[in-house]
Design a protein around this ligand. Structure first.
Ligand code: HPA
Ligand code: ZN
Length: 328
């Protein structure tokens, strides 16, 4: 058996960002929206840099217009997850794209997504949980509306709040109100930091937003005191090496700090982020990591145990996933 066949836990997957280009083209056709500018000659998503990536991402997302569209999307994504041996996945979902931040509309989108997820759990064996996602470059006011949506639907399915978007805009602390609201509603917290922002952005995330996990966080490697802090406090990083390589943070997997962070005692996990955008899958991530670092079964099993421990689900779900993980 190859390491790519192991059961996997994925903690960092953007729902809209996981939409296959064919799926988006199909919806664009149905809705008569011209999206030809966002695809390359091979039919994949085309972008030149991070900010351009976010623009293409939002253009693709614009054809997802109804709860039913999101239900279809959820099904398509979970089929991919299951084909990659993923048994548990946490998906970032933005109320901004699901009803424009209105709580009543958000409930309808969420209901449709959850229904598709429940069906996939039964017939594909993959468990999904949702993390409500404010989009940083939409600003703190919209983030508050997203946090309200999160607080109103917090429970055993919506388990966290996690900010994405352009880390170059403002400071983590600008969003403290939204994160405080989510924390008070009992939600777990994560934010993208240390991807396009440097170590200071990670310091701000743990100091000003008091997050338990960090999306990416890899640029912590540039500050030894921060690496020590993350290790001492066991703050888990949701690393997405393939995403970082395509977006130009590191030239290849060998140069990625995943191994160095792990060796320094920082809890690291591996996810795909926006798989079709980055021409990756969970199997490919494992394969590339195995090739770059010579990691074997036990290394990947440990990675999944770290992810299980850091998962935002309730304890009953964690116990259930743990049993699936241990099944040979
Ligand atoms: N980084 C930040 N925001 C995002 C990403 C990402 O990789 N994907 C979707 N939103
Ligand atoms: Zn991300």
């Amino acid at each position: 058996m190859s390491v790519t066949d192991l059961p996997k836990i994925e903690l960092h997957l953007h729902l809209e960002g996981a939409a296959p280009p064919d799926f988006i083209r199909q919806l664009a056709g149905e809705k008569k929206v011209d999206l030809s500018g966002i695809f390359d000659a091979d039919g994949g998503y085309a972008f030149d840099n991070f900010v351009h990536f976010l623009q293409v991402y939002e253009a693709a997302t614009s054809v997802l217009q109804t709860p039913e569209d999101f239900a279809r999307l959820t099904r398509a994504i979970l089929e991919q997850s299951a084909a990659n041996g993923v048994i548990y996945t946490e998906a970032f979902i933005s109320p901004d794209f699901c009803g424009g931040g209105d709580v009543a509309a958000w409930r309808e989108y969420l209901h449709a997504i959850q229904e598709a997820a429940t069906r996939a759990e039964t017939d594909l064996g993959v468990v999904m949980r949702g993390i409500v996602t404010p989009v940083r470059h939409f600003g703190p006011d919209k983030a508050k509306r997203s946090a309200l949506c999160a607080a109103e639907t917090a429970g055993d399915w919506i388990v966290g709040l996690g900010m994405g978007g352009d880390e170059g805009q403002g400071h983590q602390g600008d969003f403290a109100y939204a994160f405080d609201m989510a924390r008070e509603a009992g939600l777990h917290l994560t934010t993208h930091a240390g991807e396009f922002g440097g170590p200071e952005s990670v310091w701000e995330a743990i100091r000003d937003l008091k997050v338990e996990r960090i999306g990416h966080g890899v640029r912590a490697i540039e500050d030894p005191a921060l690496v020590q802090e993350l290790a001492a406090r066991q703050i888990t990083l949701e690393c997405c090496p393939g995403s970082n390589v395509v977006l130009g943070l590191y030239p290849d997997f060998e140069a990625h700090p995943l191994r160095a962070l792990r060796d320094a005692g920082v809890p690291v996990t591996v996810s795909t982020d926006d798989p079709p955008f980055f021409h990756t899958t969970m199997r490919r991530e494992y394969d590339m990591i195995a090739q770059a670092y010579g990691w074997e079964d036990d290394d990947f099993r440990a990675l999944n145990q770290t992810a299980l421990k850091a998962a935002f689900c309730d304890e009953a779900t964690r116990t259930r996933i743990s049993k699936t993980l241990e099944t040979p």
